[in-house]
Design a binder for this molecule. Structure first.
Ligand SMILES: Nc1ncnc2c1ncn2[C@@H]1O[C@H](COP(=O)(O)OP(=O)(O)O)[C@@H](O)[C@H]1O
Ligand SMILES: N[C@@H](CCC(=O)OP(=O)(O)O)C(=O)O
Length: 360
């Protein structure tokens, strides 16, 4: 059978893997592993992003004294990740498939070198038929160092690995056009570019989830804008992964339609690096207009009105329009002092070159 996708990233949410009481649902894990093994054998390269470390550690350890939330997360994830990966390892081994663990942190996406090291690691794993199983290193990523949740991480991974599709498995069939609890609401099957979903999304999340549907939606949009199909589906449904790939038209899910224009890999990195921005470049009205047009333009000193923050050459900065709204992210060609000195001048080199500029 001809496959629509030959490289996919699959994110499995905590609540897909955890039972109501927080213990690891090994039956569900085993069913997902069977499906991934089937797809792998049919030639699809798969990168898994699996949550579940904290959830699986919680049921294993019962601390004597009350722990604060950071201590709890560190303790549960240290124990739970070992248990989780061990289960995956054994389950995939029954199919004769090798898996490897990749634990990462937000910091590892901040510099291009770390980014490329991670990419290389997962590329060599795929080349050797090893399935990478990625999770955040929850033992050391605490408070502001954390990803919003693993949806954010899965978006970064899909983009970094040039996946054709990102499948986000949660405990719900997709994005509903109202409260999922309301019998009158139904799953939105296709979401095109620029559709505002904010009215539909409730703040509620599942018992073990971290980010909720809002982060899923924001990430999905961004990733789809980079040319990657994003699918949100129910990981608790039997055979869901195989059905999504082999019978997409008959399988309930929400599908974000990808942008047609491919985005370069450097731009993909920049698009996801906003969290590392060191400063801001404010541009005038004319520069804002050109930037919003279809033209490929760089940020030139003549269009800059103000520089905020201190940055070095190659750092990431936010691009702000004349009304103070963020319009993009870019990698700077000079440090903040040089940028400051060049403001408003003609005939100078771009402060952010088009190749290193991502417009939102
Ligand atoms: N419009 C909506 N459609 C679907 N789910 C929604 C919507 N609004 C809020 N949600 C909630 O988002 C939850 C999924 O997000 P989350 O708990 O973070 O899952 P995960 O652990 O899989 O990442 C659903 O279980 C649901 O309660
Ligand atoms: N890294 C955490 C995942 C936390 C998280 O983001 O969970 P989810 O919202 O279910 O994707 C863990 O493994 O427990």
């Amino acid at each position: 059978m001809k496959q629509e996708f030959t490289r996919i990233a699959v994110k499995v949410g905590s609540n897909v893997l955890a039972r109501r009481d927080g213990t690891l649902d090994v039956t569900r894990m085993s069913a997902l592993v069977d499906q991934i093994a089937e797809l792998h054998k049919s030639g699809v390269e798969i990168i898994m992003v699996s949550s579940g470390a904290v959830a699986s550690g919680r049921s294993e350890i019962h601390p004597q004294k009350k722990l604060d939330s950071v201590d709890q997360r560190q303790l549960f994830s240290a124990v739970g990740q070992a248990k989780l990966i061990n289960r995956y390892y054994e389950l995939f081994r029954e199919h004769g498939i090798a898996v490897g663990q990749v634990l990462t942190t937000k910091e590892n996406f901040g510099t291009r070198r770390h980014y490329l090291n991670q990419k290389n690691c997962m590329t060599v794993m795929l080349e050797n038929n090893v399935i990478p199983i990625v999770n955040e290193n929850d033992t050391i990523s605490v408070s502001e160092l954390m990803f919003t949740d693993n949806d954010e991480l899965s978006g970064l991974i899909a983009s970094m690995m040039d996946a054709q599709a990102l499948i986000i498995l949660s405990n719900i069939d997709g994005i509903y056009n109202g409260s999922p609890a309301d019998p009158n609401s139904s799953v939105i099957q296709e979401i095109g570019h620029g559709k505002d979903l904010s009215n539909y999304i409730q703040a509620s999340k599942s018992s073990f989830g971290r980010g909720g549907m809002l982060t899923k939606t924001n990430i999905a949009r961004k990733v789809a804008d980079e040319g990657i199909t994003v699918i949100i589906a129910n990981g608790k449904r039997d055979n869901i992964l195989v059905d999504l790939l082999h019978h997409p038209e008959n399988t309930l899910c929400t599908r974000f339609i990808p942008a047609k224009e491919p985005v370069s890999s450097v731009k993909k990195w920049i698009a996801h690096s906003e969290g590392f921005a060191k400063g801001e470049i404010h541009i005038n009205e004319c520069a804002t207009e050109v930037l919003n047009s279809e033209k490929a333009v760089s940020i030139l000193p003549i269009g800059i009105t103000r520089i905020e923050g201190e940055f070095e050459k190659d750092d990431i900065v936010r691009i702000m329009d004349f009304q103070g709204n963020q319009v993009g992210v870019g990698k700077v060609n000079c440090d903040s002092k040089q940028a400051q000195e060049s403001i408003g001048k003609h005939g100078k080199r771009p402060v952010v070159h088009y190749d290193y500029l991502y417009i939102e």
